[in-house]
Design a protein around this ligand. Structure first.
Ligand SMILES: C[S@@+](CC[C@H](N)C(=O)[O-])C[C@H]1O[C@@H](n2cnc3c(N)ncnc32)[C@H](O)[C@@H]1O
Length: 266
């Protein structure tokens, strides 16, 4: 007889506000036996748990998985394998389980590595994902800046390698979103300066979380890191800055474009 494994869910909890989780994510969480949440020694990933906790039944067991935030590939792979084995032990008992992920589980998420490692260990398990609102969708909403309009394009980049990705991308997309900017922020800023794009860029830290900051002038983070949860929205040619400024002047955002260094385009 074929073995019955529990189902493994990758659940996107959205960017911060628990009310931005989907109804489906809340429903599935409410029916689970086990919830896994990434714990890191360097970054507070338990923020995903904090967002989702009101939807997790008291009887469910919450297990932190220690993913190592290191550039050392072998150490990362070892952690992924150990964590996948932990998940598999639960699924082997026929229990359903979920892994919580900030934003969307298939957008720059530990979940996709975990899922691949699990499938390699046990190809017969069932994995389902529940999409979440990404950090950059939440940022666009917070700033009321369209991500794309008409025929425009959008490129999503990682800032882990500093500004190099930007240099390659510039001219190829009308709008760029850069995540994971905190570590190499200086290099990203220097590249944006070199490309004359600093005044086309707006940042947001801790979007929808405590300590949220809208960074109208990203030069303010010269020589020191912004928080880990910081992303940049970059518009290509100058004409779009009018839109950006127009929206930032919105009094509900409590920031005034006149105080920033934006230059207006044509
Ligand atoms: C590993 S990626 C996770 C992306 C996430 N899965 C998503 O769908 O947005 C982590 C990066 O996402 C961005 N990020 C996530 N949540 C954020 C928030 N609330 N405010 C600003 N940036 C955020 C930051 O750039 C952070 O370094």
């Amino acid at each position: 007889m074929k073995k019955e494994f529990g189902i493994f869910y990758g659940i996107g909890v959205g960017p911060g506000d628990p009310e931005l989780m989907t109804v489906k994510a809340a429903k599935i969480l409410g029916e689970l036996d086990i919830v896994f949440s990434a714990a890191s020694t360097k970054n507070d990933y338990s923020v995903a748990y904090e967002i989702a906790k009101t939807y997790i039944p008291p009887a469910a067991e919450v297990i932190p998985l220690p993913f190592k935030m290191t550039t050392h590939q072998a150490t990362r792979q070892q952690a992924r394998r150990e964590n996948a084995e932990t998940v598999l032990r639960v699924l082997n008992q026929g229990k359903n389980a979920a892994f919580l992920t900030l934003g969307d589980p298939l957008t720059y998420s530990t979940f996709s590595y975990l899922a691949k490692t699990l499938i390699a260990l046990e190809p017969d398990i069932t994995i389902k994902t529940i999409p979440g609102i990404t950090s950059y969708q939440a940022a666009a909403s917070r700033l009321m800046i369209p991500l794309v309009e008409g025929e425009e394009s959008l490129l999503v980049l990682s800032g882990t390698q500093g500004g190099e990705a930007l240099r390659k991308a510039v001219g190829k997309a009308d709008n760029i979103v850069m995540l994971k900017t905190y570590k190499n922020f200086d290099h990203i800023l220097a590249t944006l300066e070199e490309l004359n794009l600093v005044d086309h860029t707006i940042g947001i830290s801790q979007c929808g979380l405590a300590g949220e900051e809208i960074i109208t002038d990203i030069r303010r983070y010269k020589d020191h890191h912004p928080p880990y949860f910081t992303l940049l929205l970059i518009k290509s040619e100058g004409r779009r800055l009018n839109d950006i400024c127009h929206n930032i002047v919105n009094p509900s955002l409590k920031v005034n474009c006149a105080k920033t260094s934006f230059t207006f385009g044509d």
